[in-house]
Design a protein around this ligand. Structure first.
Ligand SMILES: NC(=O)N[C@@H](CC(=O)O)C(=O)O
Ligand SMILES: [Zn+2]
Ligand SMILES: [Zn+2]
Length: 427
């Protein structure tokens, strides 16, 4: 296939030839050979497919919230070509057998994938590390969905073992001893943010970095929600994520969101949100990952203390960032780096994350001016809603994984999807 006249993130206009799984050639003057399919990409932006290092696709156990089929379609329609699934499924992914059970479900994925191993008191590290794991994590320092919070000693043992195995450890960093119990006196939505206080994140990030330093493990802090947490990670030489919801939503949005704004770590003040966006732009924060954590609207329809934590996001990450780039709030190169190149570097994916000859042809094509309103009922997740309802996004029109078109939106807005040919990126 020849993609003609594509604009790359740095503004260069190039022809891109895809041959089999790989990008074969990038130049200014390629002409189609006989029978070669041609995509006219004039005035379109060609980006490396996004690598979302943090999703919860819910199978095994909770297919009513999301399945690998619906989750991967939602990802593809949002320009995401690789996802990494987290361990709080049923059974939790804490043994070799549980890994295999999840990998069977992942055969339904239309995009590439990785599976993280989790840590609980019942985990079986020997059988788990024998599998082609993506990383260890998210390791829960406090309870979240699935109640997989662990004790300090077990965390230290798990980090030491991961260092021996040369596997990255991703950490859900909140310290439950610093949660503000007095916040429980009201049923206001905002009480969730008051309860899971910002200080609880910084304290847990510090502990994770200390434990990581002791055993020379590679620590990656998942979903940092505070400038304090991100700065601690960055200054210690660790990598960290931010989610789209911590970049684009704050405590001021609870009035609109209700319990749909409940997640862990919680939404923060408008000032902290702006601080996270600044750190995304200036390079303090390495990557954006969605923490795509779907629950049904019915499940979310409860009091702030009873509703499950988590919001979907895999389909809207790149569209929201591209909208911010369209408004000149960050550069297209930065969008490319935080969604693809940096993720490939942090997690050692040498074939992915770049529009360059020799790399996997994981690509997404967008009209950078085609901004539209985000509507939950037009998205492809099983959960059917989005916390970004009514905001604007720039959605892809074509997504490709290793040279196969997995998503295409035609001129009248009809979506089509590819087959379930996704592969484990750890082989
Ligand atoms: N973020 C959330 O609020 N929920 C996640 C779990 C997690 O990432 O902590 C979920 O799986 O529902
Ligand atoms: Zn988490
Ligand atoms: Zn998560």
């Amino acid at each position: 296939m020849l993609i003609e006249n594509a604009t790359l993130a740095d503004g260069r206009v190039r022809d891109v030839r895809v041959d089999g799984d790989r990008i074969a050639d990038i130049a200014t003057d390629l002409s189609p050979s006989a029978n070669e399919a041609v995509v006219d990409a004039t005035d379109k932006l060609l980006l490396p497919g996004a690598i979302d290092a943090h999703v919860h696709f819910r199978q095994p156990g909770y297919g009513h919230k999301e399945t690998w089929e619906t989750g991967s379609k939602s990802a593809a329609a949002g320009g995401v070509t690789t996802v990494v699934d987290q361990p709080n499924t049923s059974p939790p992914t804490v043994s070799g057998d549980a890994f295999d059970e999840k990998a069977d479900f992942a055969q339904q994925s239309i995009i590439d994938w990785g599976i993280n191993g989790g840590v609980t008191a019942e985990w079986d590290p020997d059988s788990l590390f024998a599998k082609p794991l993506f990383a260890l994590g998210e390791v829960f320092l406090a309870d979240s969905t699935g109640n997989m919070g662990i004790e300090a000693d077990l965390f230290a043992d798990a980090v030491a073992r991961a260092a021996e195995e040369d596997v990255v450890v991703t950490v859900h960093a909140e310290d439950a001893t610093l949660f503000d119990e007095s916040a429980k006196e009201t049923d206001d939505y905002d009480a969730w943010s008051a309860y899971r206080a910002a200080e609880a994140e910084a304290a847990a990030v510090e502990r994770a970095l200390e434990v990581g330093g002791d055993s020379a493990a590679q620590i990656h802090i998942a979903h940092t929600s505070t400038p304090e947490g991100a700065d601690l990670a960055h200054d210690a030489g660790a990598s960290c994520e931010v989610t789209p919801h911590h970049l684009f939503l704050s405590r001021e949005d609870y009035d609109d969101l209700g319990t749909k704004g409940r997640m862990n770590p919680p939404l923060r003040s408008e000032e902290r949100r702006a601080g996270m966006f600044e750190r995304l732009v200036d390079g303090t924060i390495d990557i954006v990952a969605t923490d795509h954590a779907p629950h049904t609207a019915e499940e979310k329809d409860a009091s702030i203390w009873d509703a499950p934590s988590g919001v979907p996001g895999v389909e809207t990450m790149l569209p929201l960032l591209l909208e911010a780039a369209r408004e000149d709030r960050l550069s297209y190169e930065r969008v490319r780096d935080v969604t693809a190149a940096n993720v490939a570097e942090v997690f050692d994916l040498p074939q992915k994350g770049h529009v360059k000859a020799g790399y996997d042809a994981d690509l997404t094509l967008v009209d950078p001016e085609a901004s539209r309103e985000i509507r939950g009922d037009e998205l492809h997740s099983n959960c059917g809603w989005t916390p970004f309802e009514g905001r604007r996004g720039v959605f892809p029109e074509l997504t490709m994984v290793r040279g196969d078109v997995v998503y295409e939106r035609d001129a009248d807005g009809t979506d089509s999807f590819g087959d379930a040919d996704g592969q484990n990126v750890r082989g």
